[in-house]
Design a protein around this ligand. Structure first.
Ligand code: GSH
Length: 202
């Protein structure tokens, strides 16, 4: 049985969304997004930095959301959510899967720190403005890639689980502008998927 160590409003939602899309059975260890849970000895024994998501699968315990996505697709089920390595969409699939943590999430993290996590007195307007600018720039290629497509590589794939979730978060932070019309409708399309809805509201 798969066990997902989860906290709300976090990247753990990606894995919950994936498990729901694949209709795999799982147990959810729902923690609060709070140091009392995430930095406990018990959770640090699963993730040295006390972060989520972590997935347990029998003797296997794995962290890093992108790695967990690939692990589940390879070891359990992919239901067409990953193109085969010789498919023309495969390079774009890999690119967008990794673009999420590589390019989009670093400025998202800074924005969350500077607007939500830090007390007002310790916030840095310059760092916030830089991150907003960087996020906006990082989203431009995504906006362009979505032209004429419903999802990143055409059909829904695990690249959408990663980058689509990041785009949803960016939109929630007010960083997807009205001019980014493809991204706006992409985020709305994702939000309508029942599996996403279940994951985001867990
Ligand atoms: N690159 C990692 C990032 C994991 C991460 O930073 N998770 C955040 C939630 S989105 C977390 O657990 N933060 C708790 C903390 O920093 O104390 C992944 O994709 O899994």
């Amino acid at each position: 049985m798969l066990t997902l160590h989860f906290a709300p409003n976090s990247r753990a939602g990606r894995i919950l969304w994936l498990l729901e899309e694949l209709q795999l059975p799982y147990k959810l260890n729902r923690m609060d997004f709070h140091p009392k849970d995430l930095k406990s000895d018990e959770h640090r024994s699963r993730h040295p930095l006390g972060r989520v998501p972590v997935l347990d699968d029998g003797d296997v315990s794995i962290y890093e959301s992108g790695a967990i996505v690939e692990y589940v697709l390879e070891r359990h089920k992919n239901a067409g959510m990953k193109p085969s390595t010789d498919a023309p969409e495969f390079p774009a699939y890999l690119q967008w899967l990794h673009y999420c943590e590589g390019m989009v999430m670093p400025p998202v993290n800074t924005i969350v720190v500077q607007t939500v996590l830090l007390p007002a007195a310790r916030r840095d307007e310059t760092a916030l403005a830089q991150a907003q600018k960087l996020l906006n720039r990082s989203l431009v290629p995504v906006e362009e890639a979505l032209e004429g497509k419903e999802y990143l590589i055409g059909d829904f794939s695990a690249a959408d689980i990663m980058l689509g979730h990041a785009c949803f978060m960016a939109n929630r932070l007010g960083c997807v502008t009205q001019e980014m019309a493809n991204l706006k409708s992409y985020v709305a399309r994702i939000a309508q998927r029942p599996a996403f809805d279940k994951a985001i509201n867990a």
